[in-house]
Design a protein around this ligand. Structure first.
Ligand SMILES: Nc1nc2c(c(=O)[nH]1)N[C@H]1C(S)=C(S)[C@@H](COP(=O)(O)O)O[C@H]1N2
Ligand SMILES: [Mo]
Length: 525
């Protein structure tokens, strides 16, 4: 009697494991098959992408504020955790009601397949990986549920003499279930790895960049201030902040890529990458900033971009009377509304093909993105560009403008203390001085001066690194000669090339960019 009730108590546990393993197999099969489809056909990429589109902007901001550029990692980890929990519950339920469990798992798979359809660059075919994964996992779940139920139920007529043997075969079953789970995880991880390697290999084999017809001035050595701990004047591509709504980085084939310029134009224009690369290229140092960047934050980077001036393409298309905006759209459906003026005046607004001398990295919009000096990324810097629609603000609305952000986003003047780092303890040099350093930007106007205040002292004029142009940030340094031991604060403010003084009034990033002075606490030994 007791012998038959013991396995009965084990059943829900092992059924839960069966649920998780069936769930893993679903994902593993789908991931493997997704290699033959788009990157966003993989179930987690599809579900996460849809999730990013529907969460309230405030929550998204909170996540970005909390985890910074690790936000995607956090999202992925959370999805895995929720999925593991759901499949465990389904499995546990399956101990008594296997049919219901099978139906629930099928429902989960169908939901993920449906969400794959909501991804802009996906077609009906991109539901295949998840559908096949589901078709394999559902019968497997029923099989596993029966297997883990063990000999007590599977063979109630088993005689005492077979007990040892059936315990052994049961153990073998359970080890098999576990091994299947591990194998599934390995296959899914392997498929992920293949996707990543493929991207890298394909990119390396692509095209040779032309030389710019209109090169940017070289960056002088003293653009970089001599303060230990300062970041580089030009942000390396791999360190450049990344912000976008794409969970799976869109995979764009450069050989079939096109940009279509249409809307309020005299002549529609479509250019292939080859045609774009044949155009005269302009190179410019431009500091890109995210509207979500908090005071003192790091969602800002400075790079040398090369591309075709948008102005020249719009001229060729012939902009019609009445147009005041260009809605740029990416292959994954993101849109940005850029005032027409910012694309037709004399600034270096580019359809960029390179970043710091290399083809755009996949994460930064390969093969072509927009770069518009002076405007936050969400209204200008469309990555994986697919089309430009010449239109009007009262006709079209961009992605973020319907989610609580202003429809126009000029970058606000900003300055930051980079050294010392917040809460750092620093030693004064042999002369009793401490070096401070940081960054300031006011795109389109440049920086005329930076002032720094230690504690409640007087504002001191910082020394500026070389000026590389109005659209790039400047570095600043300040030697605090008579540094005193103990806790201190350093506050920074900048003055723009147009005389604008950076305001102390604090504003949150939403709806049109943060403002306020950056202050850092530090201790002198
Ligand atoms: N396709 C696409 N382009 C996009 C976005 C996006 O979500 N999708 N985000 C924009 C935002 S909000 C910013 S701040 C910049 C960031 O560019 P980066 O990731 O190259 O730094 O890209 C812009 N371009
Ligand atoms: Mo942004």
């Amino acid at each position: 009697m007791t012998a038959s009730s013991a396995p009965a108590r084990r059943i829900p546990w092992w059924s839960a494991v069966a649920g998780v393993v069936a769930g893993i197999v679903l994902v593993a099969v789908a991931e493997l098959l997704s290699l033959a489809f788009s990157a966003s056909s993989a179930p987690f990429a599809a579900v996460g992408g849809a999730f990013i589109d529907i969460v309230p902007p405030a929550l998204k901001d909170a996540v970005i504020a909390l985890f910074g550029t690790a936000d995607k990692l956090v999202l992925n980890a959370s999805m895995v955790a929720v999925y593991a929990l759901l499949t465990a519950l389904i499995g546990g339920l399956g101990a008594r009601r296997p049919r219901l469990a099978a139906a629930l798992l099928a429902g989960l798979g169908l939901l993920a397949a449906a969400l794959a359809l909501t991804r802009a660059q996906n077609t009906a075919a991109d539901t295949v990986p998840t559908l096949v994964g589901t078709a394999v996992a559902v019968p497997l779940l029923l099989l596993l549920l029966r297997a883990v139920r063990g000999p007590a139920q599977a063979a109630p007529e088993a005689e005492g003499g077979d007990e040892e043997q059936s315990a052994w075969s049961r153990r073998r079953t359970l080890v098999g279930v576990g091994a299947l789970g591990v194998l599934g995880v390995l296959i899914a991880a392997g498929a992920r790895g293949v996707t990543a390697t493929r991207e890298a290999a394909r990119r390396a084999a692509e095209y040779v960049l032309p030389a710019p017809a209109d090169p940017a001035p070289p960056v002088p050595d003293d653009a970089q201030v001599d303060v230990e701990g300062m970041g580089p004047f030009l942000t390396p591509n791999e360190d450049f902040y990344r912000i976008d709504t794409a969970l799976a980085v869109p995979r764009v084939d450069p050989s079939t890529w096109e940009v279509r310029i249409h809307g309020l134009v005299e002549r529609e224009l479509t250019l292939s990458l080859e045609e774009l690369l044949a155009e005269p290229m302009t190179e410019a140092h431009v500091t890109l900033a995210c509207v979500s960047n908090a005071v003192g934050g790091s969602l800002v980077g400075n790079a040398t971009w090369m591309g075709v001036p948008v102005r020249s393409l719009l001229e060729r298309a012939g902009v019609q009377e009445g147009a005041d905006m260009v809605l740029s759209r990416s292959v994954d459906g993101f849109t940005a509304s850029t005032p027409l003026e910012a694309l037709t005046d004399d600034r270096d607004s580019l359809l960029a093909v390179s970043m710091n001398g290399e083809p755009l990295p996949q994460e930064h919009g390969y093969p072509v993105r927009m770069v518009v000096p002076g405007l936050y990324g969400y209204v200008s810097a469309t990555k994986w560009l697919a089309e430009l629609k010449v239109t009007r603000f009262d006709e079209d609305t961009a992605y973020w403008s319907t989610r609580g952000w202003s429809e126009r986003g000029p970058i606000k003047i900003a300055s930051r203390v980079d050294v010392p780092r917040p809460s750092a303890t620093v030693a004064a040099d042999e002369d009793g001085a401490v070096m401070l350093g940081g960054t300031a930007w006011a795109q389109r106007r440049g920086i005329a001066g930076v002032q720094v205040r230690i504690d409640d002292g007087a504002w001191q004029e910082a020394e500026l690194g070389a000026d590389v142009g109005v659209d790039a940030w400047v570095q600043w340094s300040l030697r605090w000669a008579d540094a005193t031991p103990g806790p201190h604060t350093a506050t920074v403010r900048a003055t723009g090339g147009d005389g604008e003084e950076q305001t102390a009034t604090e504003a949150n990033p939403a709806p049109n960019g943060a403002s306020g002075w950056h202050t850092v606490d530090f201790t002198v030994e």
